[in-house]
Every structure is written in C-alpha cells, then in structure tokens.
Design a protein. Structure first.
Length: 230
C-alpha cells in the first residue's frame, strides 16, 4: 500500500508547512476567536435586551450568518467589500483590504454568530436572583453584567467556547479557496509542485487529526473541572 508513498517530500517540506502555513492558521484562529467572542458577547447581550429594535437587529444578524455557508461569506467579503467600500467613500478604485485582513474580518463576523448563541446560553444559565441582587446594591446593568454575570457565564461556557474554537481552527482551511498559504494552502502548493498530492494531503489530515484530538481531550478535562466547580 505504501510502496509508492514518498515520505521524503514530507521531510523536505514540513518546516515550511509549519513555519508558514500553520503559523498563519494559528494566528488567524486566535485573532478570529478573540474578536468573535467579544462581538458574540455583545450580540448575546443585545439578543437578551428588553429593547425590541436592538434585539431584532442582533437576532437578524445571527440568523443570517448561521444560514449562509462560510465559504460564500469568504468569497463575498473578499471580492465585493472592496467595491462596496469604494462606493461608500466615493472612490473610483476598490478599497484595498488585503487577504489577511479580509479573512480575519470575515471569520470574526461569521463566528460571532455562533459565539453569540453560546454566550447567550451562558448568560441565561446565571440565576436571575444574582442580577436582582446586583441592582439591589446599586449596580447598573453594565456593572451587573461585567462584575457578576459575564465572569460566571464565561467560566461555565469555557468548554463549549473551546469546542467552537476547534471548529474555527478547522474552518480556517477554507481560505485555501483564495490561494492564501495557510496550512492546507501551503501543502497544496508543494503537492502540485512535486506531484505528490496523496502524501501531502495525508500528512495534513494526520496533523489536523492529532491537533484536534488533543484539543478535544483538553476540552473534556476542562469540562469535568467546570462540572466539579458547579
């Protein structure tokens, strides 16, 4: 089965794959996770707001983003937003967004919809009595959320947030469609250059499996610790 398998191509290229491809993938994953959680938390608070216009805007945004394939969002933002930006500012030339910035904004906007639902569940899991207690001692809405509700919600939702981040890590491979050298894109370039598609894509699959399996095991342990704290 492996008689024609060229392991040498992996040995020659693994440094490039990790230094260029995996570093890009990890950087984009971390920044998109951070931005997605921040924006998702704001959206969650908007969805739980008693003001109907604010709740409607957040709900519509989340439903739209969760109903569109991510690859389409990547294409739309990368190709259409520069022209929309030019139209907004009245420029004759498309606004130069850049591949990395385009992908980062796309993933933040898209993942925020999913982080929103996670944080909304976390906020709703906090007993209402604690919120009323915060109001009783003179805290306003934002102080109550920042000092009482959100810290507990984040702690309760850490395993689920990390699970969604693992999904995000896998989804970053979709930037390959824009010929961006993430881990999959870098492997594809080498595979096409050397004519070793099976070897390179097999190596990519093994690396993704090992990383995601290890992270999933970590999430499971964290989930057990959170359950004990509860």
């Amino acid at each position: 089965m492996f008689s024609n398998f060229d392991f040498d191509v992996i040995q020659r290229s693994w440094i490039y794959l990790f230094k260029t491809g995996m570093s890009f993938t990890l950087e984009l994953t971390f920044l998109a996770m951070t931005g997605g959680i921040v924006l998702g938390t704001l959206l969650a608070m908007m969805r739980l707001s008693s003001m109907k216009p604010i709740k409607f805007i957040a709900t519509t945004y989340v439903n739209i983003m969760r109903s569109i394939p991510l690859v389409l969002v990547i294409f739309w933002f990368y190709f259409l937003v520069p022209y929309l930006g030019a139209w907004v500012i009245g420029s004759k030339e498309p606004v130069q967004v850049g591949a990395f910035s385009s992908c980062l904004i796309t993933f933040v906007m898209f993942e925020a919809a999913y982080y929103c639902e996670i944080m909304r569940s976390g906020i709703q899991s906090i007993p209402r009595g604690q919120i009323w207690a915060g109001y009783a001692i003179g805290m306003n809405y934002w102080q109550t959320m920042g000092n009482i509700v959100l810290p507990q919600a984040f702690r309760n939702m850490i395993p689920v947030l990390l699970t969604q981040t693992i999904v995000l890590f896998q989804d970053v491979s979709l930037v390959y469609v824009l010929s961006i050298p993430d881990f999959v894109g870098a492997a594809s370039k080498i595979a096409q250059r050397d004519g070793r598609l099976v070897e390179m894509y097999s190596f990519v699959a093994v690396v993704y499996f090992a990383l995601c399996f290890a992270l999933s095991a970590l999430v499971k342990k964290l989930q057990e610790k959170v359950a004990i704290i509860r």
